[in-house]
Design a protein around this ligand. Structure first.
Ligand code: GLV
Ligand code: MG
Length: 349
C-alpha cells in the first residue's frame, strides 16, 4: 500500500502534480463521436455548443480496421477544433487490447494539453488504475503536459463492480465513473440483448386474487441496474469522484431513455452518455434540476441562513439535513446558470 504522504506526488519526474480536488464543471452529458468519421468531425464545433463534454471514442463500436483512423482523427480534431468551454475526453481501447498502448502514446504526445479526461473501459480493479497512473505520468513528463490528465473508469465487469471502492480510491487522478450496462450484462451472463434500460421479464407481480386465481394481477417492471448504480454512486461520492450513467442503446425510445437517466439523476449521478444528438436534449432536461425544485430549495436556504435548526415550509419539516440537500440543488443550478442563459432565467439567478 502506498504511503498517503506520497499520494499527491507526481508518479514520474517532471510530471505535473496530482490534483487534490476534481474540477466540477457542467457534466450533464458525455456526447460520443467517432473521430474516424469526417462528416461527423465537421459538425463538432456546432455540437460542442450544445453539450457539456465531447468524447472521441476509440473503443467498442469502432471497427478494428478503423482503430488507427479514429486515433489519428482524434489527434487532428483535438489540434484543430475549437470546442469553446466544452471538455474534450476520449475513450481509449481496453487495457488488454492490442491498440491501447498506441492510443496513449499518440494522444498524450499530440493533444496531451487538450485532453481533460481519459475514459478507461472494463476496469477490473485498482491495478488497472495504477498502470494508467504511472504510464500517464511518464508520458506527461516526456511531452511537457502542464496539468494531469484525469482518469474515468467504466464500471462494466462483474469484477469491477466487486472492486468498485478500491477503484475509486486508486489514484488522485480518478475523476469519476460511468456505468456500462451492455458489457456488464455480458460479463455477468445476464440473459439480455440490450444496452441499458429495463426488461419486460424483470418484474414484480401482485399476489393472486384469493377468489379468482385466474384474475389479472398488477405487474410492474423493475430496475435491473439499481444495485450496481447505487454502489457506484456511493463509491464515487465517498471519494470525491463524479458518477455518471452510461449508454442507453434504443435511440428510438426517448421515454425509456429519459426514465433511465432520471433514475440515475435522482440517485446522485451528474450526467449520462449521449449516443445520438436527440439524447443530448434528454440529458439536458433530466440533469438540469427542475426550476420548481430549485425555487423551493432557495426558499429553504433563505429561511435557514446558517443551515441550522428546524422549521416548517409548506407543511414540510426542514432541518440541517434538508438544508444540505437544498444546497446541493442550488449549487448545481448556479453552476449550470453560468453556462446557460435560459436556465439562469428559469432559476431566477
Ligand atoms: C458501455 O461501454 C457499456 O458496455 O454499456
Ligand atoms: Mg462497454
Amino acid at each position: 500500500m502506498r504511503s498517503p504522504r506520497d499520494f499527491m506526488k507526481p508518479q514520474a519526474v517532471g510530471a505535473p502534480a496530482p490534483v487534490a480536488e476534481i474540477p466540477v464543471r457542467p457534466s450533464r452529458m458525455i456526447h460520443f463521436f467517432d473521430p474516424s468519421n469526417e462528416k461527423m468531425a465537421a459538425k463538432l464545433p456546432e455540437i460542442a455548443k450544445k453539450t457539456d463534454i465531447l468524447l472521441g471514442n476509440l473503443e467498442d463500436a469502432v471497427p478494428a480496421d478503423r482503430k488507427e483512423a479514429a486515433r489519428e482523427g482524434l489527434c487532428r480534431i483535438g489540434k484543430t477544433t475549437d470546442f469553446g468551454d466544452t471538455a474534450l475526453w476520449t475513450r481509449i481501447n481496453s487495457l488488454d487490447s492490442p491498440w491501447v498502448l498506441d492510443d496513449l502514446l499518440r494522444l498524450v504526445a499530440e493533444i496531451g494539453d487538450r485532453l481533460d479526461v481519459v475514459m478507461v473501459p472494463k476496469v477490473e480493479g485498482a491495478w488497472d488504475i495504477h498502470y494508467m497512473d504511472r504510464l500517464l505520468a511518464q508520458l506527461e513528463a516526456k511531452h511537457g503536459v502542464r496539468r494531469p490528465i484525469l482518469i474515468h473508469a467504466i464500471l462494466e465487469t462483474a469484477q469491477g463492480v466487486a472492486n468498485v471502492e478500491e477503484i475509486a480510491q486508486a489514484s488522485p487522478r480518478m475523476q469519476g465513473m460511468s456505468f456500462g450496462p451492455a458489457d456488464l450484462a455480458a460479463s455477468r451472463r445476464m440473459k439480455t440483448t440490450r444496452v441499458g434500460g429495463g426488461h419486460p421479464g424483470y418484474q414484480v407481480v401482485a399476489d393472486p386474487d384469493p377468489n379468482d386465481a385466474n384474475a389479472p394481477r398488477v405487474r410492474a417492471q423493475q430496475d435491473l441496474w439499481h444495485y450496481s448504480i447505487a454502489r457506484m454512486v456511493d463509491a464515487c461520492t465517498a471519494n470525491g469522484l463524479l458518477p455518471f450513467y452510461g449508454p442507453f442503446g434504443d435511440i428510438s425510445d426517448a421515454v425509456g431513455c429519459e426514465a433511465q437517466f432520471r433514475g440515475a439523476f435522482l440517485m446522485g449521478c451528474v450526467g449520462a452518455w449521449s449516443l445520438h444528438p436527440s439524447q443530448i436534449e434528454i440529458a439536458k432536461r433530466v440533469f438540469s434540476p427542475d426550476p420548481a425544485e430549485v425555487a423551493f430549495a432557495k426558499r429553504v436556504l433563505e429561511a435557514m441562513p446558517d443551515g441550522r435548526g428546524v422549521l416548517m415550509l409548506d407543511g414540510k419539516m426542514q432541518d440541517d439535513a434538508t438544508w444540505k440537500q437544498c444546497k446541493v440543488m442550488v449549487s448545481l443550478a448556479e453552476l449550470l446558470a453560468k453556462k446557460d442563459p435560459e436556465l439562469r432565467a428559469a432559476y431566477g439567478l
